[in-house]
Write a protein that binds this ligand. Structure first.
Ligand SMILES: [Zn+2]
Ligand SMILES: [Zn+2]
Length: 367
């Protein structure tokens, strides 16, 4: 069948909105009629070649919509169900999956990085040309296909455009705090958040929900710091104007946790410096592959730790329904982060809004 999609055909070029073909879902796959899809910084990384991808590719990995068709063996959803697609799926059978860590699935990286479905082939075509799937899905499209382990059935009263960002950016920030297998943040903790885009602001929302005492928000844009305050930050630092972060944070003492949400190695060092021992630095932001940092070895002996966070330790079927319930109960104001909406035809305007910092999270509406 036909679907209108935004295709990345060349690096550092606008996305091309065009009509392409999408196949029927194969074994274990679900085809979803996309009602809203979030625009993520990683999509821009693909456009710049900072994350390697196979071109041409349909970008987009924050899809929410209604199941259109299911392949053989799919039992967890049926046509008509409302679903949220996670940014990754899992095999469900490897040691990491069956031990409760599907976000570390041993086999997920292959389809994600190759831009295929799990059997190594694609479902998007145009003429004789194969078109790849961003993160094994490709949601900047009226219809997208994913493996059933990568999505969750959700309540039907949840507005698609407000919750789609949970698939990656917002879910990553929330999970870094609420779902972290490395620690359980105690009540009354202090933390700092470097970078107040959608991921960092979601860390702040989660920290407020976890009853943190001091929440320090650090960014270069006052507009984002204002939003951080609205969501629960107790101290804001404009890193482009104020004294060094170490000095300003030092006024409240060091923090228990620091979340680096930008993907900048210099900020990892700053985060390490303002974290007390035994505290934890959580690397949430994705740096281009190959980027390195160095830290003083001795400080690890005092108990400091540096851990990474992949996609908010997301288990779609477990986490999406509970995050959405919290939103619907007014405890998780996801809607404040969705600052812009664009039609699929205008998706390149969403790229610019994200690059300029004007948009925190844009929802793309394909219809
Ligand atoms: Zn697995
Ligand atoms: Zn993403």
């Amino acid at each position: 069948m036909k679907t209108k999609a935004a295709v990345l055909r060349a690096l550092n070029s606008p996305l091309v909105v065009e009509e392409i073909d999408i196949d029927e879902p194969k074994v274990g796959e679900v085809r979803v009629k996309i009602e809203a899809v979030g625009f993520c910084h990683t999509d821009v990384h693909f456009m710049k070649g900072e994350v390697p991808g196979r071109l041409p590719m349909v970008l987009g990995h924050e899809g929410a919509g209604i199941v259109d068709a299911v392949g053989d063996g799919v039992t967890i959803v049926k046509p008509g169900d409302h679903v949220l697609m996670g940014m990754s799926s899992s095999c469900g059978r490897c040691v990491k999956c069956i031990s409760g860590h599907p976000y570390w699935c041993e086999f997920a990286s292959q389809p994600m990085l190759m831009g295929t479905q799990w059997d190594g082939t694609v479902r998007f075509h145009k003429g004789g040309e194969d078109i790849a799937h961003c993160f094994a899905q490709g949601c900047f499209s009226q219809y997208a296909i994913t493996r059933d382990t990568g999505l969750a059935k959700i309540r039907e009263d949840a507005p698609f455009d407000k919750i789609c960002g949970l698939s990656c950016g917002l879910g990553t920030g929330l999970g870094a705090v609420l779902n972290n297998p490395r620690f359980t943040m105690p009540i009354g903790a202090s933390l700092a958040v470097f970078g107040c885009g959608s991921v960092g602001l979601s860390v702040i929302m989660a920290a407020k929900l976890a009853n943190a005492k001091n929440i320090v928000a650090i960014d270069m844009l006052d507009s984002k710091l204002d939003m951080a305050t609205e969501l629960g930050a107790t101290l804001t630092i404009n890193a482009s104007e104020e004294p060094p972060v170490e000095t300003t944070v030092g006024e409240i003492g060091q923090v228990d946790y620091a979340f680096e949400c930008v993907g900048n190695p210099a900020l990892v060092t700053q985060a390490f410096n303002i974290t007390k021992g035994p505290g934890v630095v959580v690397i949430v932001g994705a740096a281009p592959m190959g980027v390195q940092f160095s830290l003083p070895q001795f400080n690890f002996i005092t108990g400091k730790a540096v851990v990474g966070c992949s996609a908010g330790f997301m288990r779609p079927a477990v986490d999406f329904p509970r995050y959405i319930d919290l939103y619907m109960e007014g405890k998780l104001p996801l809607d404040k982060l969705v600052t812009h909406r664009f039609k699929l035809d205008d998706i390149n305007d969403a790229v610019e809004a994200l690059k300029s910092g004007e948009a925190i999270k844009s929802a793309i509406i394909p219809w």
